[in-house]
Design a protein. Structure first.
Length: 299
């Protein structure tokens, strides 16, 4: 099993130093519906403007067996952090897409506009949790040992490390304090292609969330899970053959974790293609994530 004690202590110990501002930090992770396929041109006027300060560190994604990536920089949250986003660690290249981060920020910043918020985002489309998944876009399982032994778990941890090592979130020359506040996970569609991975989803998810909580040094960190849904835009009417198995597993995980909540609004969303929600769906998904997170936090 992989362990990262020094790696994580170095990354998160910065939070205990003298600091400027204190940021509430949320990890946003998963596959393509976390990455985001909403079109920036579809956003309501002013939607990417927030009541309080919101910043984001969006880690550059990479395939399994590529060198650990997660390069990024802290910047003010804006539209363009959806699919097609890239970073070389010195500058960001925004795309014409957005994900649930905008709606999430909209609700959170309106709730407490005087509280600075920071997002750490890493997502890669098509990725599965299960180590035996045959999906070729990548896997998250922490015990991945194939090839170079580097997978999505490693790239996401690198993103977390890079974000916390660069603790000057607002660029004013002072290290800020980064306080983990929650995790949002939107993933599971790829595991729903095969019965084995689908039936093991709850245990894989529980272990993954436990490791994220450990990485962020808070075993009780609230976590919000987005329930997968099906567009029905496939011959036979079902895109994810074992989607209902994964949905039941997601519900089981949340029922068994007092600090977890399941967002189920995805069933009502329209689609831009057979895999991804339309722009309105991503707006609402982010807002529902925020409402669920605030409820877990007792707000």
């Amino acid at each position: 099993m992989k362990t990262y004690p020094a790696f994580l202590v170095v990354a998160l110990s910065i939070a205990s130093l003298a600091f400027g501002k204190e940021y509430q930090v949320y990890l946003l992770a998963g596959q393509s519906n976390m990455d985001g396929y909403g079109y920036v041109k579809d956003l309501p006027a002013g939607y990417a403007e927030f009541a309080g300060e919101v910043r984001i560190f969006h880690g550059n994604m990479a395939a399994d067996d590529e060198p650990r990536d997660g390069r990024g920089i802290w910047e003010e949250l804006s539209a363009g952090h959806g699919t097609g986003f890239e970073s070389d660690g010195k500058s960001n290249k925004l795309s014409n897409r957005f994900g649930p981060e905008l709606g999430f920020a909209k609700i959170l910043s309106a709730q407490e506009p005087d509280t600075p918020i920071a997002f750490v985002k890493y997502a890669r489309g098509g990725t599965a949790l299960d180590p035996q998944s045959t999906q070729h876009f990548g896997r998250w399982h922490f015990e991945y040992k194939e090839g170079e032994g580097i997978n999505q778990w490693d790239h996401c941890l690198a993103t977390i490390r890079n974000a916390f090592e660069d603790a000057d979130v607002d660029g004013d020359g002072e290290a800020d304090r980064l306080v983990p506040a929650g995790i949002v996970w939107m993933q599971g569609e790829s595991d729903a292609n095969e019965l084995g991975p689908a039936s093991r989803y709850a245990s894989n998810l529980a272990r993954t969330i436990a490791l994220f909580r450990a990485a962020l040094r808070d075993d009780d960190l609230p976590v919000v899970i987005g329930r997968i849904s099906d567009s029905g835009m496939e011959d036979g009417g079902v895109v994810w053959e074992f989607g209902n198995v994964v949905r039941a597993q997601q519900a089981a995980f949340c029922e068994g974790d007092a600090n977890a909540a399941l967002v189920t609004s995805t069933d009502a969303y329209g689609y831009s293609d057979k895999w991804h929600y339309d722009s309105a769906g991503y707006i609402d998904l982010g807002e529902q994530f925020a409402k669920a997170m605030l409820e877990l936090q007792g707000e």
